[in-house]
Design a protein around this ligand. Structure first.
Ligand code: ADP
Length: 388
């Protein structure tokens, strides 16, 4: 009896032991699974955070470079790679290995000693000719230990180009103003010195003064037009504009100029209606026809023609049969103050701004303007306009 009781107790104890073991193992497995799931969640969160950080850095317009404690690249965003034209992976490289730029490597050295460097201007080697502004600072942890360096790059190239264009413009304008002004001054002094006593000489000098004052006036008018066009202050009054009568009006305005050179003006335009600002279009046609008379051949022909293109736009041309324009100058004639023959342009009273004004007006209508020429066979200026 006792024996049976002990046996049952033993069996119960063994059963209890296995039950406990199984339960303990299940609990342990469950705990392990939870730890693993938590680890995976953490890993995923870290991957997500890194991906988000990359999206954030890559969406920046500024180039960004993060260096680690040993001055090796930890991160370079997309804008940075674009600025430097780099397609390969940069992680783990030094600045010298990645870019071969002593100046930048030296700058990083300076940041180490000074803590930060702001507004440092860096010109990239000739090939790309880019200008960059670099702001750099040391990154430290809460204990004040250096963790790395951050460098932010802004592209200054466009700004520098604008600055250069402005400087060139001011220099050109001063030069253009000074030429007629010094002539006026010279002739006035000569008149005051006694030339006024000879009526014939006086009249000749006064005519020169009048012509140069007129040139100054024209130049100032053109400068104001250019300035208004470039600043976007000029509002276009777009209306259906019939081109043929507009050309007739321009021909009438320039009739005596053409007659002086025995130039025949031909209006070959078919009936075309543009969506344009008539007074600005008048300025475009007047500049082109005036140039064709000025730079064309004496006893020559100036022809205006055009057609409607398949896409509904209108293409107009102004053609002369003069000496033409050398191929290397064909695009440049639209630049401010560019002249193929400076002396000839000035003799003709040109300001060097006419074609630049034409280009602006046509572009503001959404059109294009270009020139074609074969030396000795004349020049043709084309432009497009939206049809009405
Ligand atoms: P400008 O006041 O000197 O005429 P533009 O801007 O109108 O200035 O023209 C720029 C230059 O383009 C002129 O100086 C001239 O050298 C050249 N050019 C313009 N039109 C013609 C043309 N029809 N034939 C030859 N050269 C031309």
């Amino acid at each position: 009896m006792w024996f049976a009781f002990i046996l049952i107790l033993l069996a119960a104890l063994v059963g209890l032991h296995f039950w406990w073991r199984a339960k303990f193992r299940a609990q342990q497995e469950q705990r392990m699974a939870e730890i693993e799931a938590s680890r995976q969640r953490q890993q995923q969160t870290s991957v997500d955070a890194q991906a988000q950080q990359k999206i954030l850095f890559d969406s920046m317009l500024e180039g960004l470079l993060l260096l680690d404690r040993s001055k090796k690249i930890h991160l370079a965003n997309r804008a940075f790679k674009n600025l430097f034209g780099i397609k390969t992976e940069l992680r783990g490289k030094t600045i010298m290995e990645a870019l071969r730029l002593h100046e930048l490597a030296e700058l990083v050295g300076r940041v180490e000693t000074e803590g930060q460097v702001f507004d440092y201007e860096l010109k990239l080697p000739e090939l790309s000719g880019r200008w960059l502004r670099v702001n750099a600072a040391v990154i430290s942890n809460s204990a004040g230990e250096r963790e790395g360096t951050i460098l932010v790059f802004h592209d200054l190239t466009r700004l520098k180009q604008l600055e250069r264009t402005r400087e060139d413009f001011v220099a050109n304008v001063s030069h253009e103003l000074r030429t007629p002004l010094s002539l006026i001054k010279g002739y006035v002094e000569t008149l005051l010195d006694g030339a006024r006593n000879d009526p014939e000489v006086a009249e000749r000098f006064l005519k020169i003064i009048e012509r140069n004052a007129g040139r100054l006036d024209l130049l100032i008018q053109d400068l104001l037009t250019i300035s208004a066009l470039e600043s976007g202050r000029m509002q276009l009054n777009l209306q259906p504009a019939e081109l043929k009568p507009l050309v007739e009006k321009v021909f009438a305005d320039l009739h005596s100029k053409a007659e002086n050179k025995n130039v025949r003006l031909v209006n070959d335009l078919p009936e075309l209606t543009a969506s344009a600002d008539a007074s600005r279009l008048d300025q475009v046609l007047a500049n082109l026809v005036d140039n064709a008379i000025k730079y064309g051949r004496a006893q020559g022909v100036v022809r205006v023609g055009g057609k409607k293109l398949d896409d509904g736009k209108l293409e107009i041309f102004v053609q002369d049969d003069g000496p033409g324009i050398p191929p290397e100058s064909l695009d440049r004639v639209f630049e401010r103050f560019y002249r193929v023959d400076k002396a000839r342009s000035r003799d003709q009273g040109g300001t060097g701004l006419g074609l630049s004004i034409v280009k602006h007006i046509i572009h503001s209508h959404g059109g294009e303007v270009w020139a074609k020429s074969e030396l000795g066979k004349g020049a043709t200026f084309f432009f497009t306009l939206p049809g009405a």
